[in-house]
Ligand binder design. Structure first.
Ligand code: SF4
Ligand code: SF4
Length: 268
């Protein structure tokens, strides 16, 4: 009884997505070059590249390194594999974009110049429909490892509160504005994904959620009905990252992956 009375006066713990940061200290986040790599270069031993399970990292020379954050699992293996501490876990985990290319960074002397990526026409149409009233989505589990589904389930609890952001999961694509798919799109799931996409009315959006959905992960990537409109990377992405990516898709949250990462590198 006393506990119940105390609960009445407790503040709610739901995330405030207006003030949430791309950097979460309790998440590993994406690997980035350290300051020492920027000033001294690295050994060019390629240990990071050899250990990466998804070939997300590519070393050209001691000063040139490409990382495809769309393929990156955020597992931290490359950081541990580096013998000279030239990589670190950044805690930066807002790895989402309307274009897969935006998630590819070419580091030169530990730095990069962000490119400008326009909002695609289809996303602009989708934003007109959803900015004020949110959207419904149908999830298609396309041969993945179910980790994305676990995080989607969590996105509806009262900490993350997807429905509070007006994003709801529905049982039929006929009632949906978007299809969110996870997994590498196995052969048997290509047709169901296509059927689900085809029976949705326009304007509509296709969301690739998780590394496997973006590039297959450790599997070969199957065919999708079209290029996705939103890519949410990570294996799996955290619920708060997924929800912030929805707000980005609706045009409620203004964000640029490359500009935001550049800003973070400048400050760190
Ligand atoms: S964090 Fe993991 S997946 Fe990402 S580049 Fe490093 S080893 Fe590859
Ligand atoms: S493991 Fe470290 S030193 Fe070796 S290539 Fe990668 S970043 Fe450079």
């Amino acid at each position: 009884m006393i506990e119940e009375l105390k609960n009445l006066f407790k503040k709610h713990k739901t995330f405030d997505f207006d003030t949430l940061s791309p950097i979460q200290k309790n998440a590993r986040g994406i690997p980035i070059p350290t300051k020492s790599m920027a000033s001294l270069g690295c050994k060019n031993c390629r240990s990071c590249e050899e250990h990466c399970p998804t070939n997300a990292i590519y070393i050209h020379s001691e000063n040139e390194m490409d990382i495809d954050y769309g393929a990156c699992l955020q597992c931290g293996i490359c950081v541990n594999a580096c013998p000279s501490d030239k990589l670190e876990n950044s805690h930066f985990n807002y790895t989402f974009s309307f274009k897969k290319e935006e998630l590819k960074i070419k580091y030169r002397k530990g730095n990069f110049e962000p490119e400008n990526f326009e909002i695609p026409e289809n996303v602009l149409k989708f934003q007109k429909l959803t900015k004020n009233k949110g959207f419904n989505y149908r999830e298609v589990a396309a041969g993945g490892n179910v980790s994305v589904e676990c995080e989607l389930n969590a996105s509806f609890n009262n900490v993350f509160d997807s429905e509070g952001l007006q994003v709801r999961s529905v049982a039929s694509p006929k009632h949906a504005d978007a299809i969110l798919f996870s997994g590498p799109v196995s052969e048997n799931m290509q047709k169901p994904l296509e059927i689900a996409w085809d029976c949705m009315p326009e304007p509509k959006a296709l969301i690739a959620c998780g590394t496997e959905a973006i590039m297959g992960g450790v599997f070969e990537k199957g065919k999708t009905p079209k290029d996705p409109d939103l890519f949410i990377a990570g294996d799996p992405p955290r619920p708060d990252v997924i929800l912030q990516a929805y707000r980005y898709l609706m045009g409620v949250y203004k964000f640029s992956f490359q500009k935001s990462l550049k800003e973070f590198l400048k400050k760190s």
